[in-house]
Write a protein that binds this ligand. Structure first.
Ligand SMILES: NC(=O)c1ccc[n+]([C@@H]2O[C@H](COP(=O)([O-])OP(=O)(O)OC[C@H]3O[C@@H](n4cnc5c(N)ncnc54)[C@H](O)[C@@H]3O)[C@@H](O)[C@H]2O)c1
Length: 356
């Protein structure tokens, strides 16, 4: 029997404990050998789920120094992604990191340099690429069914749904930004991926902070991440809006909010092709075309829409390590998304378009 690959999960909050550990437990060739969090009370719930005692660390450096794992999953606040990824790659571990890749282009480039030097696999969560509707659309796009994809708009707009208000999510030094970096990375990445990864050449955007003092009311099932800190910091935007132009002439409007006065939450990518267009919304899709002189709408039935893109992405990571699959994400694509996000913030600050 082949030896199991030993894995460490670093950060045992919402994503580490509730998404990565359960997904890893489904993989027969993987053994969770170590867990790490700075808060010791996070160990027991994770270990209970794993169902056996594992090595426990409050410092990820000790986990890496002990050489007890072949791969790590990084599920910590955003500012630690690049720091831990670089340390793990230097120790010869494969790295699967939660989104966003990093809080700046410079940090993302350090991750790429460390991955190149180590020869190990570095992959960042792109769960929305892995839901069935995205695969279905990607195949049809590559088949030419939509024609030239020339423009689109995407967003994740919440009416009220600020994650962990006052904690790391709303502190720029730890998150790198608000809904633009938290939610934008999902839908901007998905839209650009579906559009065939065109290179962005200019970005303009605005960001707003109007809800720092808002009540705790929430209508978003996706906003339960992070821990609220009474009287904590809220120095990031709560809404970002922008416009991206690409080298091939295509364009993309973007809008992301944790709080805004709209009817209801939407997470969507709507891309127009010369032959047909589509809307991807919460992991389901609809297609708008024309056939035999009639306008047509169609919607494939996808059995498991939104949730398990995470597990599928994690499965893909181990298939790439085992050379059973080609990676469907490159670090360069990740860096390009961070460049766009950084340019939206810069455009908002300078009140002008930014050329990339
Ligand atoms: N892909 C998705 O759909 C999705 C959804 C939510 C969050 N995320 C991402 O997952 C990451 C974690 O988010 P979350 O919602 O789980 O946050 P969280 O606050 O619930 O969990 C973070 C955990 O990291 C721990 N931690 C902090 N510093 C650490 C350190 N130095 N070493 C080890 N552990 C440390 C914290 O104690 C906490 O338990 C973020 O980067 C976030 O953007 C992704």
């Amino acid at each position: 029997m082949n030896k199991k690959m030993k894995v460490g999960v670093i950060g045992l909050g919402g994503m580490g404990r509730y998404t990565h550990v359960p997904a890893l437990l489904e993989l027969p060739e993987i053994e969770i050998a170590a867990i790490c969090d700075i808060v010791e009370s996070k160990f027991k719930p994770a270990e209970d789920l794993i169902g056996k005692p594992v090595a426990k660390y409050t410092d990820y450096n000790n986990l890496l120094d002990d050489n007890v794992v072949d791969a790590v999953h990084i599920c910590t606040p955003n500012y630690l992604h690049s720091v831990i990824a670089v340390a793990a790659l230097k120790k010869g571990a494969h790295v699967f990191c939660e989104k966003p890749d990093a809080v700046s282009v410079a940090e993302a480039e350090k991750m790429k340099a460390a991955a190149d030097a180590s020869g190990k696999v570095l992959m960042v969560m792109r769960n929305n690429r892995h839901v069935p509707a995205s695969k279905y659309l990607k195949d049809k796009i590559e088949n030419g069914d939509f024609g030239d994809l020339y423009c689109g708009r995407c967003g994740w707009t919440r009416r009220r749904g600020i994650p962990g208000k006052g904690g790391w999510f709303t502190s720029k030094s730890q998150s790198g930004g608000g809904p633009l970096i938290d939610l934008g990375v999902h839908l901007i990445d998905l839209s650009i991926y579906l559009m065939g990864n065109p290179r962005a050449v200019s970005v303009s955007g605005s960001v707003y902070n109007k809800f720092a003092e808002c009540s705790d009311i929430s209508d978003s099932e996706h906003s339960k991440f992070g821990e609220k800190v009474e009287g904590g910091t809220f120095d990031v935007e709560d809404l970002a809006i922008g416009f991206i132009k690409f080298e091939n002439g295509a364009s993309l409007q973007i809008e992301f909010s944790w709080a805004s006065n709209i009817e209801e939450e939407r997470a969507f990518s709507e891309i127009r092709g010369a032959k047909a267009g589509f809307t991807w919304e919460n992991g389901k899709c609809r297609i708008f075309g024309e056939e035999n002189g009639l306008l047509t709408n169609s919607a494939p039935i996808v059995s498991d829409a939104y949730g398990n893109g995470h597990a599928k992405n994690i499965r893909h990571f181990y298939d790439v390590i085992a050379k059973r699959s080609k990676p469907d994400y490159t670090i360069e694509q990740g860096i390009n998304v961070i460049k766009i996000l950084q340019a939206v913030y810069k455009s908002a600050e300078l009140n002008r378009e930014i050329l990339l």
